[in-house]
Ligand binder design. Structure first.
Ligand code: PLP
Length: 349
């Protein structure tokens, strides 16, 4: 009898907690997400969160650099609660600028061991590694064949004069991808050689569009090659497009995707729930299970697709996250790219 009463009280207790929690969530039942994963995934994750927690959820999909700019502009009047996805360095820069709210998600300790040191640092107070992307070259094999060229093997192969007007990379003012390209090459070669390379590459670049347009232009055969994250090329190949990817010789570049909560978020409790949610096994596996999207999960125990590159076999670059995650360095490198690469020759002419 006593036992029965105890278990009844216990379940009543639990029910009260659950009710309070749901009452609390419903009291502020909204969540606004700035989202830098693919649009279909933003939509599905927002919908699943909304259904699970009874929260009215909305999202806006934008590139990493664009969101960093928006967070800066909205500092005194934040419009979003949480930032889901996008390369992690601009998240670190946002934290340094006081634009993020400290929160360590429940499952943060399950993030892959190789990123635990980073997560244990101050950076992990604000941002959690939510997925991983491998950097590579995207090739339109039909276009390459028509140009009579072989598959590239190394970064320097993109400088072949026969590729004049046949290469695109995204504009780093909006795109985190190109910031990763710069951070990778600087880590491999140093700053001087990297900018020398990017200036030479400029001779082969037809334009620097937004990151999603670079991939669609490659697929349409507007150009033969691009630099980007390999998961996007896998998706295009799977659709039957003549697209392959190459991981250039030497150490391999990569990006972590981040998730952070916006400082003074209006819906802070929901933002915390969301930061927990994106590290669950369900959401970690959702991209490849439901959407043919191949970012690598960041959490131990989340299964991978056989179509993804095998991260265990790759020899990754070691980034100095303090350097590339500093807002000073971010501004410096992007300004340098604009002045030396984008405008450089044109100003001199
Ligand atoms: N995260 C994911 C899942 C992506 O697919 C991409 C781009 O391909 C990025 C982040 C980086 O996007 P952006 O270069 O537009 O900032």
């Amino acid at each position: 009898m006593q036992l029965k009463l105890k278990s009844l009280l216990c379940s009543l207790g639990l029910a009260t907690t659950a009710l309070l929690a749901s009452h609390h969530v419903q009291a502020e039942g909204r969540l606004t997400i700035y989202c830098t994963v693919q649009n279909a995934l933003c939509e599905d994750v927002a919908k699943r969160f909304s259904e699970k927690y009874d929260v009215q959820t909305s999202f806006t999909q934008m590139s990493t650099g664009t969101i960093l700019g928006k967070l800066k502009a909205e500092k005194s009047n934040p419009q979003a609660d949480v930032w889901y996805g996008g390369t992690i360095e601009p998240h670190f820069q946002a934290a340094e600028l006081g634009l993020l709210e400290a929160y360590r998600p429940k499952n943060q300790a399950s993030i892959l061991p190789q990123f635990q040191k980073l997560m244990a640092s101050d950076k992990g107070n604000y941002t959690s590694a939510t997925y991983m992307l491998v950097l590579g070259l995207g090739i339109n094999t039909e276009k390459l064949k028509a140009l009579g060229l072989e598959m590239p093997k190394k970064w320097e192969d993109l400088l072949n004069p026969k590729l004049a007007g046949e290469v695109q990379i995204p504009d780093p003012r909006s795109s985190g991808t190109t910031y990763t390209i710069m951070a990778t090459l600087i880590s491999l070669w140093g700053e001087e050689k990297t900018f020398d390379y990017l200036k030479k590459l400029d001779a082969n670049i037809s334009q620097y569009p937004k990151s999603n347009l670079v991939t669609s232009n490659l697929v349409r055969g507007e150009v033969a090659e691009s630099i980007g994250f390999t998961h996007a090329y896998i998706t295009e190949k799977e659709k039957g497009n003549p697209i392959e990817y190459v991981i250039p010789e030497g150490k391999v570049g990569y990006a972590l995707g981040g998730t952070s909560i916006v400082k003074n978020a209006r819906n802070l409790d929901n933002a915390k729930l969301f930061a927990d949610f994106v590290l669950t096994k369900e959401i970690q596996e959702l991209p490849w299970r439901e959407h043919h999207l191949y970012q690598l999960p960041s959490v131990v125990g989340a299964e991978v697709s056989p179509l993804m590159p095998n991260a265990e076999k790759l020899d990754f670059v070691e980034y100095d996250f303090d350097k590339f995650g500093s807002s000073e360095e971010g501004k410096y490198l992007i300004n340098k790219w604009v002045e030396d690469v984008k405008l450089g020759d044109k100003l001199a002419k």
